[in-house]
Design a protein around this ligand. Structure first.
Ligand code: DX5
Ligand code: ZN
Length: 222
């Protein structure tokens, strides 16, 4: 098992997005986290498939698209076509998670399901075997730069135990408030993909920040 850090473009400079993505790719990032918000599921608006399509032309990073939108079934096809490698949908945002997971799988991309901090793991019981990734939110979704919610850590530990029994290839991603200190905690708890927005892109040296978080996370990983 390895642990990696996925920089989130939410805190990047949108006026020079291509350059920032290339910079982070040269620094050794493997996954790029792309936050999509619709002002309905969360109180913020970000980007759509056109931006993903443009970034696809300048980057070969794994594109990890996190859909924080209502009725995500309407858009998964467009994001797959735009160049997403992983598509993650919130269980709270759809009435038909099983159908939606099958639809995403049929698009030949990896499928993830995200849970808000207060959503219980039990909601995943009958879908867990189908998934490539579970995203556990460690902030309430909508904005970068928020404080890590520590009470999600036992949820990471519990999920890690469940997955080792029933779907060991499924990865745990955590998203929100990741910095050097919380990266250690999340990694120790069993998370394998750590999303970091502000701690990377708002740092004076984003490449060094990325490496420092990655080193901290790897020190804790067993
Ligand atoms: C929040 C987003 C996150 C966000 C994380 O709703 O899903 O991906 O970019 O940002 P930080 O690392 O600044 O908390
Ligand atoms: Zn995210």
């Amino acid at each position: 098992m390895t642990v990696t850090v996925a920089p989130s473009i939410l805190s990047a400079n949108f006026a020079k997005l291509g350059e920032e993505v290339r910079m982070i790719e040269e620094a050794g990032a493997e996954i790029l986290h792309i936050d999509v918000m619709d002002r309905h599921f969360v109180p913020n608006i970000t980007i759509g498939p056109a931006v993903v399509e443009s970034l696809r032309k300048v980057s070969s990073l794994e594109f990890d698209v996190h859909l924080m939108i209502e009725n995500p079934e309407r858009y998964v096809e467009a994001f797959a076509k735009a160049g997403a490698d992983n598509i993650t949908v919130h269980i709270e945002a759809t009435k038909h998670i099983h159908r939606l997971v099958q639809k995403i799988k049929s698009l030949d991309v990896n499928v993830g399901v995200a849970l808000n901090p207060a959503t219980p793991l039990e909601f995943l019981t009958y879908i867990l075997q189908e998934l490539d990734m579970v995203l556990l939110m460690t902030v309430n979704p909508g904005f970068g730069g928020q404080k890590f919610i520590q009470t999600v850590l036992p949820k990471v530990v519990a999920l890690s135990g469940i997955l080792s029994e029933i779907n060991p290839r499924c990865k745990i991603e955590v998203d929100g408030g990741i910095n050097i200190d919380t990266a250690r905690l999340a990694s120790r708890a069993g998370a394998e993909i750590l999303v970091a927005g502000a701690a990377v892109f708002a740092a004076s040296d984003p490449c060094k920040a990325l490496c420092d978080i990655l080193l901290a996370a790897r020190e804790e990983h067993n």
